[in-house]
Design a protein around this ligand. Structure first.
Ligand code: KG4
Ligand code: ZN
Length: 338
C-alpha cells in the first residue's frame, strides 16, 4: 500500500490541509484569512497567526473526512516549517508535531518553496526529472534545472524583486485590493498591451532578469499621470505590465529547456496561476515541441496538497524531522536539502 500523507500549510494567510495516498490526491482543504487581511491592504502577521489557531483543527478534520480516512491510518505528517511568517508557521508546525507525536508517526518538515515545486507531481504522477522548471511566487522567481526529485540547479533568476511581488506592488499603485496578482490579471484582460514598457527587462544576459526597473516605471507612470491630471487606461497599463513581466519568463524557460536538452517543462508558485502566463507557456512549449506540465491553478497558490507531495518525496528518502524542528522565517533556494 502506498503511504498516506497528511500535509499542513500555515506559512502566510491560508490554513490548509490535504491528504494524499502515493501521488493520488484524496482531499485538499483551505480556510483563508485573505478577505480579513484585505481590509488592511496586506497580511498582518498577528491576525494571520490568530486565524490559523482558529482554523487548523477544523481544516485538518475536513481533510481527513474528505479523504475518508482516520488519523490512525496516516503514515506521516508533512508540514511547512519555512519560509513564512514566524507566528503563522508555528501554529501549523506545533499542531503537526502534536499529531505526529500522539500517533507515533514521522514528522516531515517541508520547505514551502519545495512544496510549490512538488505540486506538479500530483498533476502527473508518472512525471520524472530531469526537466526545466519555472518557479514564480511572491518571494522567488527563478529558472531551475530539476535533476531529480530532491535536487535542482538554479540556472538564473530575478536580481531583485520576485514576479509576484512586482504584481502586488503594481496592484497597490493601481488601487487594486490585496492580493494583487489576480486583480491585475482581471484588469489586464480588459486592456491591450499598448503602453511602451522599459527595454532593460529583456536586455539581461543568461537566465537572469530584473523587475525593479519595470516596477519603478509603472509607479512613476501612474504618479506622473495623476500629477498632470492626465487620463490613461489602467487596463492598458496593467496589460502592458503583465506582458512585460511574464513574456520574459516564458521565453527564458523555453530557452533553458533547449539548452539543457530536456523535452519537459514544469512550473510552480502563485504567479503560475496567471491565465495569460499559462496560455503563453502552452503556446511557446507547443511551438518548441516541449511537453508542459502545470499544476492546476488552485495548486499554484498556497495549498497543503503540494506540502503533502513534497512530504512524500522526503518520506521515500527517509528524511524525517525531529520533534525539536523549529520554524524558519527564511530559507535560501538550495540545490538540495529541504
Ligand atoms: O506562491 P504564492 O501563493 O506565495 C508565496 O509562496 O510567495 O504566491 C503569491 C504571489 C503573490 O505575489 C500573488 O500576487 C501572485 O502570487 N499571484 C499572481 C496570481 N495569483 C497569485 N500573480 C499574477 N497573476 C495571478 N493570477
Ligand atoms: Zn507560496
Amino acid at each position: 500500500m502506498e503511504p498516506l500523507i497528511l500535509g499542513i500549510e500555515s506559512s502566510c494567510d491560508e490554513t490548509a490541509a490535504a491528504v494524499i495516498r502515493g501521488r493520488t490526491l484524496l482531499s485538499d482543504e483551505i480556510i483563508s484569512s485573505a478577505a480579513l487581511q484585505a481590509q488592511y491592504g496586506g497580511v498582518v502577521p498577528e491576525l494571520a497567526s490568530r486565524a490559523h489557531t482558529d482554523a487548523v483543527d477544523e481544516v485538518v478534520r475536513r481533510a481527513l473526512d474528505g479523504a475518508g480516512v482516520k488519523k490512525e491510518e496516516l503514515s506521516a505528517v508533512a508540514v511547512t516549517y519555512g519560509a513564512g511568517l514566524l507566528g503563522a508557521l508555528l501554529v501549523g508546525l506545533s499542531f503537526a508535531k502534536g499529531l505526529a507525536f500522539s500517533l507515533g508517526i514521522p514528522l516531515i518538515g517541508v520547505d514551502h518553496i519545495r512544496g510549490h515545486l512538488a505540486a506538479v507531481y500530483l498533476e502527473d504522477p508518472s512525471l520524472k526529472p530531469p526537466f526545466v522548471t519555472l518557479l514564480a511566487s511572491g518571494g522567488h522567481t527563478a529558472i531551475l534545472y530539476t535533476e531529480s526529485e530532491t535536487q535542482f540547479e538554479v540556472l538564473g533568476g530575478t536580481l531583485d524583486d520576485a514576479a509576484g511581488e512586482a504584481f502586488d506592488k503594481v496592484a497597490r499603485v493601481l488601487s487594486l485590493p490585496y492580493p494583487g496578482g489576480p486583480h491585475v490579471e482581471a484588469l489586464a484582460r480588459e486592456g491591450s498591451p499598448s503602453v511602451p514598457m522599459p527595454k532593460m527587462l529583456k536586455g539581461m544576459g543568461g537566465y537572469d532578469f530584473s523587475y525593479s526597473g519595470l516596477k519603478t516605471y509603472i509607479i512613476n507612470y501612474v504618479h506622473t499621470m495623476s500629477e498632470r491630471g492626465a487620463s490613461y487606461s489602467r487596463a492598458d497599463l496593467a496589460c502592458s505590465f503583465q506582458h512585460a513581466a511574464l513574456d520574459i519568463l516564458a521565453e527564458k524557460v523555453v530557452e533553458a529547456a533547449r539548452e539543457k536538452g530536456t523535452d519537459t517543462v514544469t512550473a510552480g508558485g502563485g504567479v503560475i496561476a496567471n491565465g495569460y502566463l499559462r496560455d503563453l507557456l502552452t503556446a511557446k512549449c507547443k511551438e518548441a515541441g516541449l511537453r508542459l506540465v502545470l499544476p492546476e491553478r488552485r495548486r499554484c497558490t498556497d495549498n497543503a496538497a503540494m506540502i503533502a507531495s513534497e512530504g512524500l518525496i522526503q518520506y521515500r528518502a527517509g528524511n524525517f524531522s525531529p520533534l525539536t524542528l523549529n520554524a524558519e522565517p527564511s530559507i535560501p533556494l538550495r540545490r538540495s536539502g529541504r
